[in-house]
Design a protein around this ligand. Structure first.
Ligand SMILES: *[C@@H]1O[C@H](CO)[C@@H](O)[C@H](O)[C@H]1NC(C)=O
Ligand SMILES: *[C@@H]1O[C@H](CO)[C@@H](O)[C@H](O)[C@H]1NC(C)=O
Ligand SMILES: *[C@@H]1O[C@H](CO)[C@@H](O)[C@H](O)[C@H]1NC(C)=O
Length: 329
C-alpha cells in the first residue's frame, strides 16, 4: 500500500515537474537543451503566468515573442460617443509589473504596427510607450520621421515625413505598416490615445513584441577531474600558478555554456603538442570526430549545444604543465 502511494507521489511529482514555470525565455531555453518551444513564463513571483513562445537561434540568441490583444485591425472611429478614446495594449496575461520584470532580461525589442488614418489630424493621435514617453505620429528618435518605418524603408530617407504631411494637412489619409520607429528601450507600445474619433477614422493593429538577447556565456569552466578542485588555478588569470600532469594518459572534462570561438590553453613553455580537446557532443553536421582544431595554443571547437569537452593528454613521456584555460569569444 505504501509502495503504491509512493509510486503515485512520484508520478504526480513528474507531472508537476514537466510543466515547469520559468522566469524568462532565457531560463526556459537554457534548461531545455536550447529548444525553441512555448513555455510557461512567470516573470515575477506571485505574478501572472503565460504561455510564451521562446525562440533559440543558432547564433546563441533567445527571442521572447509576446502576443497582444490588438493584433487584428481595431477601429478607433465612432466606437464611443466621447471625443477621444484610449486603448491599452495587453501583452499576454501580464500586468505592468510582470511585463516590466520580463523586459529587464529580454534584450533588445522590436515591434511592428499598422496605422490607418482618415481625417484625424496628427495632433489628435498620441502613442504612449512603456518608458512613459509619448509621441505623436511624427517620431523623434531618428529612426524614421514617421512613427511607422514603411515610408523610410521605401525611400531610404530617414527624414522623410509621413505622407501626406501630417504637420500641415488637417485631413491626412494614409495606411502604413512597418516597424515602430522608436528606440528599442521605449518599447513596447502601451496605449494609443486618439481624438477626432467622431468623424475621423483611425484603425490600427499591433504586431507581436519580439525581444532578443544573447545567451550568457558562462566564463566559468567546470572541470570534472580528481585534482581536489585545484583546477581553480587554471582560471585564476595567473600564468605563474600551474598544474603539472604526470600520468601517462589523462583527460578531464570542461563544461562551457554558450557561444565561444576558442579555448586558449597556456603553459610557461608553450609546448602543448600532446594535448587535444574533443567535443563530447559534436553537432550533427560536424564532419569528423569532434576534435577541436588546434592553432598554436588556441583550440577552435565546433559548437556543441551541451558544451562539454574533454581535454586529453597523451604520449606523456614528459610531465605536462598547464597554467591557464581561457574561453575566448
Ligand atoms: C538534453 O539532451 C541530452 C542529450 O542530448 C538528454 O540526455 C537530456 O535528457 C536532454 N534534456 C532535456 C531536458 O531535454
Ligand atoms: C592566450 O593566453 C596567453 C597567456 O595568457 C596570452 O598571452 C595570449 O594573448 C592569449 N591569446 C589570445 C588570442 O587571447
Ligand atoms: C611520443 O613522444 C616522443 C618524444 O617526444 C616522440 O618521439 C614520439 O614520436 C611520440 N609518439 C607519438 C605517438 O606521438
Amino acid at each position: 500500500m505504501q509502495l503504491i502511494t509512493l509510486i503515485f507521489l512520484l508520478v504526480s511529482f513528474s507531472v508537476i515537474y514537466s510543466s515547469t514555470v520559468y522566469r524568462s525565455c532565457l531560463d526556459a531555453v537554457n534548461d531545455n537543451n536550447f529548444t525553441t518551444d512555448t513555455y510557461s513564463i512567470q516573470p515575477r513571483i506571485g505574478g501572472a503566468t503565460s504561455q510564451v513562445y521562446c525562440q533559440f537561434t543558432s547564433n546563441f540568441e533567445v527571442t521572447t515573442i509576446l502576443d497582444n490583444n490588438k493584433e487584428t485591425l481595431t477601429s478607433l472611429a465612432k466606437t464611443q460617443a466621447a471625443y477621444g478614446i484610449k486603448v491599452n495594449i495587453q501583452y499576454e496575461n501580464f500586468d505592468d509589473s510582470d511585463l516590466t520584470e520580463l523586459l529587464k532580461a529580454a534584450g533588445v525589442c522590436q515591434q511592428t504596427m499598422r496605422f490607418v488614418n482618415r481625417k484625424a489630424a496628427n495632433w489628435h493621435n498620441r502613442f504612449l510607450f512603456w518608458d512613459g514617453s509619448y509621441t505623436s505620429f511624427i517620431a523623434n528618435d531618428g529612426i524614421c520621421n514617421c512613427l511607422i518605418t514603411q515610408i523610410c524603408e521605401q525611400t531610404n530617407i530617414l527624414t522623410k515625413p509621413c505622407y501626406p504631411s501630417i504637420e500641415t494637412q488637417s485631413h491626412p489619409v494614409f495606411d502604413f505598416t512597418g516597424r515602430i520607429a522608436v528606440l528599442p528601450q521605449r518599447l513596447p507600445l502601451k496605449r494609443i490615445e486618439a481624438g477626432d474619433t467622431n468623424d475621423g477614422t483611425n484603425k490600427f493593429s499591433i504586431g507581436k513584441l519580439k525581444c532578443t538577447r544573447k545567451m550568457l556565456i558562462s566564463k566559468k569552466l567546470i572541470f570534472d577531474n580528481k585534482c581536489q578542485n585545484r583546477e581553480e588555478i587554471l582560471t585564476d588569470g595567473n600564468l605563474q600558478t600551474c598544474l603539472t600532469f604526470k600520468q601517462n594518459e589523462f583527460g578531464f572534462k570542461l563544461k562551457i555554456q554558450g557561444h565561444f570561438r576558442f579555448l586558449n590553453i597556456s603553459n610557461s613553455n608553450s609546448v602543448l603538442d600532446n594535448i587535444f580537446v574533443q567535443s563530447l557532443k559534436p553537432l550533427e553536421n560536424d564532419n569528423g570526430d569532434g576534435n577541436c582544431l588546434r592553432q598554436g595554443n588556441l583550440f577552435k571547437c565546433s559548437i556543441s549545444l551541451i558544451g562539454e569537452y574533454i581535454l586529453y593528454f597523451y604520449n606523456m613521456t614528459l610531465e605536462t604543465e598547464i597554467c591557464e584555460v581561457e574561453v575566448l569569444e
